[in-house]
Design a binder for this molecule. Sequence first.
Ligand code: AMP
Ligand code: ZN
Length: 468
Amino acid sequence: MKMNFYNSLTRAKEEITPLEDNRIRLYTCGPTVYNFAHIGNFRAYIFEDILRRVIRFNRIGITQVMNLTDVDDKTIRGAISRGVSLKEFIAEFVQAFFEDLRKLNIEPAEYYPAATDHIAEMIALITKLFDNGLAYKSDDGSVYFSVGKLPGYGKLAHLDREKLRAGARVSQDEYEKESYGDFALWKGWDEDDGEVYWDSPWGRGRPGWHLECSAMAMKYLGETFDMHTGGIDNLFPHHENEIAQAEGATGKPFVKTWMHCAHLQVNGEKMSKSLGNFFTLRELIEKGWSGREIRYVLINGHYRQPLNFTFDALDAARVSLARIDECLDALSAKACGAASGQLPEFADRTEAGFTAAINDDLNVPGALAVVYNLVRESNVAVHADKLSAGEAAALTALFNRFDEVLGVINFERRVDEDIPCAIQALVDERALARSAKNWTESDRLRDELAARGWSVRDSKEGQKVKKI
Ligand code: AMP
Ligand code: ZN
């Protein structure tokens, strides 16, 4: 089944086929490591995680790069205010970022290059832009990209080139479409930069933010590659400028497909540091929510639609996940030890429905609807005692296959694989008894487990089983 994704560049859904070797090369703009990422940022990283999982679900390989922005106004300000070096300052946030990715079950990318390790590549890129007549030095020691000289400038954001004011410059990294002009490739050193600078043919300074992504993307993925993504706020100016720098240097198309996710919102406004309306992952975990529940909330909306963050949505996630857990507990109790057999008839078309949804521009809500249908039908069949052990095992395998994309089904909940099946069956029965609030049965099963040499402890994430 074909994957059809919406390309922001052509503004149309297109069939996705790898440019080379049955492998998709994907660049994803990563965090600025000056603070803890908030769950709005993680909406973008989870959308990209779903994207890479869907590509692999379709048996296509992936090489993903995610940059770490470790030099910009914010990291420099942070380091100076704490009186430490840039490297020391960012270390804590880099580590926190990777911890958060794990808590959200986000698959690691193949490469996480940091900007400060690629200054030489960035200088080489600026040199090429000078050679091609697209860069110039200004009086303050900075270097700018001349947007009026690149005919294709503005093609991603659909800019009105009539509005371009000759010679106008923007020195900030972020600005509105209305005020676009020549942007900084290299920023000449000034006092605010403290000890942070590199030498270049144009004097002391540091790279502009946009430059790092063009340089590192081409280094790890080649001059032309398959896909590039980010949150919608990255589309302009960041991604437009990345295209300008790369295509201005190589004369080749930079990226075939651009994909952008809409924002996570709070009461209709973008969740952001500057508005102060944000939650970090650690704050939510401290309040008692699990990474699994937060992931569920963040995948449960179409990526091109804004998603409103509420605590009600977290409550609902808890209930939905408990339904999936109960169903899987019942299936595993039924399947105990059996090899996977035929799927029951009611599940014949399920994988096709799931694949059709995710391959249609990553329709995760559609895919979840397919999963819940399967939960419902499986429950009916289990309770009517109509499933064979082989069928139950096949259904479990099908849920696991769906979880390759969703990453919320088996999350933290499946108990250790070393637990013998007969013991696991008792644990699963106990989970069912507990969800039916049958405490007598739950205690009886705990005693039975203890008699067989296994202890069980109840935790927020479910039962933890250990050999005594
Ligand atoms: P930043 O650290 O601000 O450069 O953002 C890192 C990534 O998070 C970028 O891809 C942004 O587009 C994305 N992002 C920031 N805020 C949100 C939000 N509220 N919803 C979705 N994505 C966001
Ligand atoms: Zn970027």
